[in-house]
Design a protein around this ligand. Structure first.
Ligand code: ADP
Ligand code: ADP
Ligand code: ZN
Length: 218
């Protein structure tokens, strides 16, 4: 299956993507993780992307589309993939459609997670991330079994630079302006399923499974 997760920052896309990929053995591509890794390694892409990410803006379409198209060219995605955080603009959605069409493929489902701003600010301010393996925790809602360290790999957890209040507000605005139009775009194509992101993690996961088991929504 080819599935896209879309939704405002902090709604739980990454958490659900991580769990779904584990449950179903799907190949997961989180563009935020790929970009942060590029920044960490100081690649040309990372050098260009960093300022946008720090400001809470989107990285320009041409950079992100180029990056995703390279990643999708890998053999491991031939049988399907889970895209977390891509597309985030209509231009990216159109580029994705073309990339897949060239290989005789298409998206099966777009899951749109929803939550209001208050929930999101609470989620993002308590988020802790593993800089080594990308696992995500929450100080109250999903604490690491290893305390201040990652339960997966043992690295020390960090608060992301862009998970601070001013940048959070900026990212929410960017979401409303640039990403939210994707909902109508995918609804028109009959691909959209909306999921309440405010429920507990396991309840959201069950709802995602339900959506995947009925791949073509009305
Ligand atoms: P969150 O899920 O908290 O919104 P991500 O980890 O998905 O954050 O993304 C972090 C940052 O990486 C974004 O604020 C943006 O700068 C950049 N980014 C990630 N995916 C994309 C994309 N598809 N297009 C443009 N920028 C992106
Ligand atoms: P996104 O990828 O959409 O930015 P994350 O998956 O990183 O969001 O989740 C944001 C924060 O909220 C993380 O700290 C995560 O542990 C926590 N979280 C995710 N889903 C839930 C949920 N259903 N209930 C409570 N907290 C959650
Ligand atoms: Zn880790």
């Amino acid at each position: 299956m080819r599935v896209v997760f879309v939704g405002p920052p902090g709604v739980g896309k990454g958490t659900q993507a991580q769990r779904l990929a584990e449950r179903r053995g799907m190949v997961k591509i989180s563009t935020g993780d790929v970009l942060r890794e590029a920044v960490r390694q100081g690649t040309p892409l990372g050098v260009r992307a960093k300022a946008f990410m720090d400001a809470g803006s989107l990285v320009p379409d041409d950079l992100v589309i180029g990056m995703l198209s390279e990643r999708l060219a890998g053999d491991d995605t031939a049988r399907g993939c889970l895209l977390d955080g891509f597309p985030r603009t209509i231009a990216q959605a159109e580029a994705l459609e073309k990339m897949l069409a060239r290989r005789g493929e298409a998206l099966d489902l777009v899951v749109a997670f929803e939550a209001d701003h208050e929930v999101i600010v609470d989620r993002l301010s308590g988020r802790r991330s593993c800089p080594r393996c990308g696992k995500v925790y929450h100080v109250r809602f999903d604490p690491s079994p290893a305390g201040a360290r990652c339960g997966g790999c043992g690295a020390e957890l960090v608060q992301r630079e862009d998970d601070r209040e001013a940048t959070i507000r900026r990212r929410l605005k960017v979401y409303e302006e640039e990403t939210a139009p994707l909902l109508a775009y995918y609804r028109d194509r009959g691909l959209l399923v909306q999921v309440d992101g405010t429920a507990p993690i396991d309840a959201v996961a069950a709802r995602v499974d339900e959506a995947l088991n009925a791949p073509r929504p009305a």
